[in-house]
Write a protein that binds this ligand. Structure first.
Ligand SMILES: [Zn+2]
Length: 119
């Protein structure tokens, strides 16, 4: 789609999946089971329910903490779920990504410009 991005940037909280620096935008691609999506794929197994629900709650708490930290740093954070990618032909995902990124570049550039002006 022509957007510049970086993968798994370890300098940022939680080592986010897809980072679009020009748009000051992060896209997390989350596995439905491991991150507790409310969909068929996110359902807990019948065995060892206590173990799995604690495990997945822990992951969700960590996700929230990282996303808060990223927002504080001025990033906008979006989630795309595994089940959305499977359900959706890539052709349908493209407009969604355009929607997420539309207008973000100008905003990020204005922000940078005002940071420069302030220093
Ligand atoms: Zn899902």
């Amino acid at each position: 789609m022509g957007y510049r991005f970086r993968l798994h940037v370890s300098a940022l909280p939680g080592r986010p999946d897809i980072v679009l620096p020009k748009h000051r935008t992060i896209i997390q691609v989350k596995g439905c089971f491991w991150h507790g999506h409310r969909c068929l794929k996110g359902r807990l197994p019948h065995d060892n329910r206590t173990y799995w629900s604690a495990k997945i709650e822990g992951n969700q708490k960590r996700d929230k903490r990282n996303e808060r930290a990223l927002r504080r740093l001025g990033w906008r954070v979006h989630t795309i779920w595994e089940c959305e990618i499977r359900r959706t032909a890539l052709g349908n995902l493209a407009p969604r990504l355009h929607g997420i990124l539309k207008g973000r570049k100008e905003t990020a550039e204005r922000r940078l410009a005002s940071d420069w002006a302030g220093s």
